[in-house]
Design a protein around this ligand. Structure first.
Ligand code: CDT
Length: 329
C-alpha cells in the first residue's frame, strides 16, 4: 500500500520592494505550471510569498505597513493564482500577511493557508513564534520587526485532512521549536508544510551566521524524524533589497532524510513523490507516542516560558505529576 502525494517545493528568489503583486503572481503561476508538468498534487510556497520581506524596515505610519497585507483571500490579484491552480488541479500552500477585522478590531497575522484542488481554503495557520523585536533598533544593518507588525497566531497548531493524508503548517521561526512539530505529531500529522525568510546575518548573534544552513536542515530533519512525518521547507532566498537570505529548500522524509533539495537561490521548484505510509512504521515503533511518552514528567514544557531554578522546577514538576496521577492517566 502506498499513499503518494507528489509535492513541489516552490522556492522563490528575492522579491524587490517595487515588485507588484501581479508580477509576483506571474512567478507563482510559472511554479504551478512547472509543478503540474512534474505531476505534483500540491505546490508549497514560502512565508510572506506575495511581497518583499517588509519587516526589515521600520515604518511609523500604519498605512505604510498595511500596504503589505491582504485584507481578502483570494483578493482581486490572488484570485488569478486560485483560478490557475484549480484549472491545473493542484492544491497549494501560500504564506501571506493577513489583515482582518476580528473580535471588533483590526488584526495583523503572518498566515499560511492550504488550498485544495477545488480552490477551497481547507486549512489556515497563523505564525505563533514571532522572532525579532518590537522597537526600532537603528544599530542593526536591517530590522526584523515581526514582533511589531504581527500578533502571535491564535489558531494553535491544527492539522487538516486533505489529499488522503494529514497535513500541518508552521512558518519560519516556528521550525526551530520542537514543540511546534510535537503538537502536530500528537495529532498524527503526516506532512508539515512550512515556508521561511531567514537572513544569513543575525545582528544580535553574528557568531551564528556561519551555521544558518546547518541549523535549517538540523531542525527540519529532527522535526520530521522525531514526529514520524514528512516536512517540506520552502525558502524565499537570495539577496533581497541588499539582505542575503538562505535558500536550501528541501523535502524531508519521516526517516529524517532530505530527499530533494534546491541548488540555487532563485525561483526553483523541486519535487518528490512522498508516500505518506512511510510515516507508519515510525509511528508504530520508536515513536509510538501512546506507549512510550511519559507526559507526567513533562510539566515544565507548559509550566514555564523561560528557564527556572532547580527548586522552582521541582515544585512545578511535582504539581504537574500530582495532577497527572489524580487524573489517573
Ligand atoms: N522569518 C523568520 O521567522 N525568520 C527568522 C529569523 C530569525 S533572526 C531574527 C528565522 O527563524 O529564520
Amino acid at each position: 500500500m502506498a499513499r503518494i502525494v507528489t509535492v513541489g517545493a516552490a522556492q522563490m528568489g528575492p522579491i524587490a520592494k517595487e515588485e507588484t503583486r501581479n508580477e509576483v503572481i506571474d512567478r507563482l503561476v510559472a511554479h504551478l505550471r512547472e509543478g503540474k508538468r512534474r505531476g505534483c498534487d500540491l505546490v508549497v510556497f514560502p512565508e510572506l510569498t506575495l511581497t518583499t520581506f517588509f519587516p526589515r524596515w521600520f515604518y511609523e505610519d500604519q498605512a505604510d505597513i498595511d500596504r503589505w497585507f491582504e485584507s481578502e483571500m483570494p483578493g482581486p490579484e490572488t484570485k488569478r493564482l486560485f483560478d490557475e491552480a484549480k484549472a491545473l488541479g493542484l492544491a497549494f500552500k501560500l504564506g501571506y500577511a493577513e489583515l482582518i477585522e476580528e473580535e471588533g478590531r483590526t488584526r495583523h497575522f503572518n498566515t499560511a493557508i492550504l488550498v485544495d484542488k477545488s480552490g477551497a481554503i481547507t486549512g489556515k495557520y497563523r505564525k505563533i513564534h514571532l522572532p525579532g523585536h518590537a522597537e526600532h533598533e537603528p544599530w542593526r544593518q536591517f530590522q526584523h520587526l515581526e514582533k511589531r507588525y504581527f500578533e502571535p497566531g491564535n489558531l494553535g497548531f491544527r492539522v487538516f485532512d486533505a489529499l488522503g493524508g494529514r497535513f500541518g503548517m508552521c512558518i519560519c521561526n516556528d521550525r526551530r521549536w520542537p514543540e511546534t512539530y510535537r503538537v502536530m505529531g500528537l495529532q498524527g500529522v503526516e506532512m508539515v508544510l512550512l515556508g521561511y525568510n531567514t537572513p544569513v546575518h543575525n545582528p544580535p548573534a553574528p557568531e551564528h551566521d556561519a551555521f544558518g544552513w546547518h541549523h535549517n536542515t538540523l531542525v527540519m530533519q529532527s522535526g520530521a524524524y522525531q514526529n514520524a512525518t514528512w516536512v517540506v521547507g520552502v525558502a524565499k532566498g537570495g539577496t533581497e533589497e541588499g539582505v542575503p537570505s538562505i535558500a536550501g529548500s528541501q523535502i524531508i522524509s519521516p526517516a529524517g532524510i532530505t530527499v530533494a533539495e534546491t541548488l540555487t537561490e532563485r525561483d526553483e521548484l523541486i519535487s518528490a513523490a512522498c508516500d505518506l505510509d512511510e510515516c507508519a512504521s515510525y509511528k508504530a515503533s520508536v515513536f509510538a507516542f501512546e506507549r512510550h511518552r511519559e507526559p507526567a514528567n513533562y510539566g515544565l514544557i507548559t509550566g514555564t516560558r523561560g528557564v527556572v531554578t532547580p527548586e522552582e522546577a521541582e515544585r512545578i514538576e511535582a504539581e504537574h505529576r500530582a495532577r497527572w496521577e489524580a487524573d489517573g492517566a
